[in-house]
Design a protein around this ligand. Structure first.
Ligand code: UDP
Length: 496
């Protein structure tokens, strides 16, 4: 149920990747709960994934809708229906996706001009820099959303706005990231897989993103101030912008269904999954899920499977994708029979926030995507960190060095999503076993990690409640939009 109306109409443009869409859909419902009208603009395949969530929001009297723009897949050489980064045939196709995204400017603007009531603010993913030009033509403010938290975002700002990386020759040497309040060491590849394009198309987009950011009213971040106060402040100062931390947005999902069906249809009968967890001791199970894009090669999946099996820890392991060779290995080995009673392996989409909040879960093997990181924090769960690409290595540093609630699996070299080398093994079974057992141990270090994790979860929940920091920040963001609109004396009807 919405609070009193703000008379604002927010239009949201989420990037077509689950790690960006999921938090934006949460944000959309939070804005609607605060009395705004909300329109989400996306493509048919993506709209379909969120239909049931939005239908439930509408049933709950929220003023929210999804509108669809056709995605020019075929025109840019992508297979029909390839409308999300998780559907790309390979990493080499990422540029085609960017080309198609850039072609949405004109149809999106036409759609905005036809909206009733007219839009009052665009909240768009940073990867759509053209929304800045559209916002300017419509004389409405634009708020930008990127995905990462303030710590990683500040690191990205430092490496993209200085020439620090040009001074480093080695790809394996760790260097201290300058200008941070904590001593953070990373390698050049770990610090540069986000924010600096590796192809012509992505470089152009990143440059345009920086230019578009200058005009933005502010940056909305899925984080909470108490988690990273020095970095929130540092980021606002570095960007010279309002930074509104309004999360953890996953906590806005209160009903069982919203928590179980977030982002996609789940692969397991949710009640079976929970029944299995119900039968386990509190804090005894480790949950393994490497996000919506990361991919374990056949050989890597085998090592992970054997490592989990040889550890003494009950596990719930979700795999987004399995290869034919891996399936053949599973049946030849009778792996699933062998682990029965102690472990469960599921192919497909996990009801992640539901699982993380189950009392049986005591640890999380994560690829350190920011959403997963924050969801682990919100549930008070310590983590085994296994970053792959993007800003995940920076998130790992945050979990390990700043929050001190994790154990590294020992991944040093980034590997891009959809980079299909089936024989690639980076993490060995013995490392999986050792690290999982170490995280779950009841020794002094383990207890300290668990205690800190539980404390962050309490503060996260408080931040999202009425009067909490994230709740207040959303009020400030709405207020800033109202003030910006008041400055603009031309009625939108005269512009369209
Ligand atoms: N997620 C999920 N089930 C899965 C895989 C992912 O619910 O099986 C959700 C997860 O809860 C998170 C998002 O998908 O909200 C993934 O975002 P993240 O930033 O963690 O990583 P990415 O997938 O973008 O690498």
């Amino acid at each position: 149920m919405a609070s009193h109306p703000t008379n604002l109409h927010f239009v949201l443009f989420p990037l077509m990747a689950q790690g960006h869409m999921i938090p934006m859909i949460d944000m959309a419902r939070m804005l609607a709960q605060r009395g705004s009208i909300v329109t989400i603009i996306t493509t048919p395949v993506n709209a379909n994934r969120f239909k049931s969530v939005i239908d439930r929001a509408i049933e709950a009297n929220l003023n929210i809708q999804i509108l669809e723009l056709q995605f020019p897949c075929v025109e840019v050489g992508l297979p029909k229906g390839c409308e999300n980064f998780d559907l790309l045939p390979s990493y080499a196709h990422a540029d085609n996706m960017i080309l198609a995204m850039n072609m949405l400017e004109e149809p999106a603007e036409n759609m905005l001009r036809g909206l009733c009531p007219p839009p009052s603010c665009i909240i768009s993913d940073g990867c759509f820099p053209w929304t800045n030009d559209v916002a300017k033509r419509l004389s409405i403010p634009r708020v930008v959303f990127y995905g990462p938290g303030c710590f990683a975002f500040l690191c990205i700002h430092i490496v993209t706005r200085t020439n620090i990386l040009d001074e480093i020759d080695s790809n394996s040497e760790y260097f201290v990231m300058p200008g941070l309040p904590d001593q953070i060491e990373v390698t050049k590849p770990q610090a540069s897989t986000w924010g600096r394009g590796d192809t012509k198309e992505s470089t152009v987009v990143f440059e345009r993103m920086q230019e578009a950011e200058i005009d933005a009213l502010g940056i909305v971040v899925n984080s909470f101030e108490e988690l990273e106060p020095k970095y929130v402040e540092g980021l606002a100062k570095a960007k010279d912008k309002n930074v509104w931390c309004i999360g953890p947005v996953s906590l806005c999902n209160k009903s069982f269904q919203d928590r179980a069906e977030r982002g996609n249809r789940t692969a397991i009968n949710r009640h079976d999954c929970l029944k299995w967890l119900d039968s386990r001791e509190a804090g005894s199970v480790i949950y393994v899920c490497l996000g919506s894009l990361s991919y374990a090669s056949t050989e890597q999946a085998i090592e992970l499977g054997l490592g989990l099996e040889s550890s003494n820890i009950p596990f719930l392991w979700f795999m987004r994708h399995t290869s034919e060779d891996f399936e053949a290995w599973l049946s030849k080995e009778g792996y699933e029979e062998r682990i029965k009673g102690r472990g469960v392996m599921v192919r497909g989409w996990a009801p992640q926030i539901l699982i993380l909040s189950h009392h049986a879960i005591g640890g999380f093997v994560t690829h350190c995507g920011w959403n997963s990181t924050l969801e682990g924090i919100s549930a008070g769960i310590p983590m085994v960190t296994w970053p792959h690409f993007a800003e995940q290595f920076l998130n790992e540093r945050f979990i390990i060095n700043v929050l001190k609630i994790g154990v590294r699996i020992g991944m040093d070299v980034p590997i891009m999503f959809a980079e299909l080398d089936e024989s690639k093994v980076i993490v060995k079974r013995d490392d999986v076993k050792e690290v999982v057992e170490s995280l779950m141990k009841n020794d002094e270090e383990g207890e300290a990690r668990r205690k800190r994790s539980r404390e962050f979860a309490v503060v996260a929940k408080r931040a999202m409640e009425e009067g909490g920091s994230s709740h207040r920040n959303m009020t400030s963001m709405i207020q800033a939009v109202l003030e910006e609109l008041a400055k603009n004396t031309t009625p939108i009807q005269d512009i369209v």
